[in-house]
Design a protein around this ligand. Structure first.
Ligand SMILES: CC(C)[C@H](C(=O)O)[C@@H](O)C(=O)O
Ligand code: SF4
Length: 471
């Protein structure tokens, strides 16, 4: 009999109830909560007179609506209401909350790992699609809808149909100036925004093994943009080193015992998957999107495609519509696209190493005149750590705005909005029509590439700037 992959191992350990032909009832180890998708769920509990079953396995933060300019000035009424409601709900139902002034506050997918709440082998859910981020630790982590949030709050379990498994192997090595963000954007461009539908992805291969934990989170974060239920990476020494000493680790076992347990979750060498994709690290170059979904992208040295380049008539139509919305000419050089805004932040790329990568490019340069550039750390802790090493000064001297932690310009649910018709180079994960504000145009890229765009005012191959610095 073939060995098992990590997805099967975690699934089997969490089945509370199973019946042939029906979804399984899974036990949930960690439920993360934020202000946008929880109000009706708590209201449902209240109406039914129920309690939160395991407040100790539930953790809440505020991130989508929080102001990043000045903490106490919340201009939007809906934003204020959602934050106030979360605070009241957490008090009433006894759930731990990092509110707007809390030292642990930040984007839910940044603070889970930071606090050590995220651990290998856990089932983790949150009413948020980018919960897949936590898969970087070898957890089975996925987004759920608000009615499921209520179900998990009430029972600590969830009905789930068993997903298929897909191995995405990235072999070899990455070239100079190529980052984890480029890896995942490249994969989604190559295989499309639907290739993961119905699957949980396990990322494997030398390129993945050689990524840091923060880089692995960037990759897993965007598995949802490939349509996958979740994306994960088998835990290894890199994982264990990152987690050691973190606040929320279990204290009834030694770290060696924990590591042994976690190691046993790794996919067996003879594990099988329902499907397999293989990509060469050497084929990946710094990547940007030109269209209105994360799969409409290309290497920075390419040109904007012609709709006629696509085989499928629906892809041709999609490209035509996207070019129109984005205000781009087919065939133009991607490096000739001028930008108005730069956003370095979001749960994809707002961790310390992301800010370091951007600062390295920015250092000694100025933000191009006419460009508005923001750096928004993913958490209060990231902000503090960045300030301790002077990154904020590098950004501020160059003309960037240095903000408080939150989702910010990733989506238009707070005061940070890209105006209609304006173009933003963004380290976030979604470039849908109107994502950063009505009529806004988004180009997804890595932190280093975003920094290069801020400096030149255009989408720019960061390798050129880096090479200039090195020589
Ligand atoms: C608001 C929330 C439900 C949403 C999500 O689920 O992903 C948001 O985080 C996003 O990135 O679009
Ligand atoms: S940073 Fe963006 S993608 Fe991440 S949770 Fe917030 S809104 Fe969603």
């Amino acid at each position: 009999m073939a060995g098992k992959n990590i997805i099967e191992k975690i699934w089997e350990k969490h089945i509370v109830h199973e019946e042939k032909g029906k979804p399984d009832l899974l036990y949930i180890d960690l439920h993360l909560v934020h202000e946008v998708t929880s109000p009706q769920a708590f209201e449902g509990l209240r109406l039914k007179g129920r309690k939160v079953r395991r407040p100790d396995l539930t953790y809440a933060t505020m991130d989508h609506n929080v102001p990043t300019r000045e903490r106490h000035i919340v201009r939007d009424e809906i934003a204020r209401l959602q934050m106030d409601t979360l605070k009241k709900n957490c008090e009433e139902f006894n759930v731990e909350l990092s509110d707007i002034n809390h030292p642990d506050q930040g984007i839910v997918h940044v603070i889970g790992p930071e606090l050590g709440l995220t651990q290998p082998g856990k089932t983790i859910v949150c009413g948020d699609s980018h919960t897949s981020t936590h898969g970087a630790f070898g957890a089975l982590a996925f987004g759920i809808g608000t009615s499921e949030v209520e179900h998990v709050l009430a029972t600590q379990t969830l009905w789930q149909a068993k997903p298929k498994t897909l191995q995405v192997e990235v072999t070899g090595e990455l070239g100079f100036g190529v980052s984890a963000k480029d890896v995942i954007l490249h994969i989604i461009s190559a295989y499309g925004v639907g290739f993961g539908t119905g699957y949980v992805i396990e990322f494997t291969g030398d390129v993945i093994r050689n990524l840091t934990m923060e880089e692995r989170m960037t990759v897993c974060n965007m598995s949802i943009e490939a349509g996958a239920k979740a994306g994960l990476i088998s835990p290894d020494e890199v994982t264990f080193e990152y987690l050691e000493g973190r606040e929320h680790l279990p204290n009834h076992k030694s770290y060696d015992e924990l590591k042994a347990e976690w190691r046993s979750l790794q996919s067996d060498s003879d594990a099988e998957y329902d499907d397999h994709i293989s990509i060469k690290g050497e084929d990946i170059e710094p990547h940007v999107t030109w269209g209105t979904n994360p799969g409409m992208g290309a290497g920075i040295s390419s040109n904007v495609p012609h709709p006629g380049d696509f085989q499928d008539p629906s892809d041709q139509e999609g490209a035509e519509r996207a070019l129109h919305y984005m205000g781009l000419e087919a065939g133009m050089r991607i490096e000739d696209i001028e930008i108005d805004y730069v956003f370095i932040g979001s749960c994809t790329n707002s961790r310390l190493s992301d800010l370091r990568a951007a600062a390295e490019v920015v250092k000694g340069h100025k933000v191009k005149e006419g460009v508005t550039a923001l750096v928004v750390p993913g958490s209060f802790k990231v902000k503090q750590a960045a300030e301790a090493e002077g990154l904020h000064d590098i950004f501020k001297e160059a003309g960037f705005e240095w903000r408080e932690a939150g989702c910010s310009m990733c989506l238009a649910m707070n005061d940070d909005i890209v105006p209609p018709g304006k173009r933003c180079a963004s380290t976030s994960n979604r470039n849908f029509e109107g994502r950063q504000g009505n009529g806004s145009r988004t180009h997804l890229l890595s932190p280093a590439m975003a920094a290069a765009a801020a400096v030149t005012g255009k989408l720019t191959d960061v390798r050129k700037l880096k090479a200039a610095t090195v020589s």
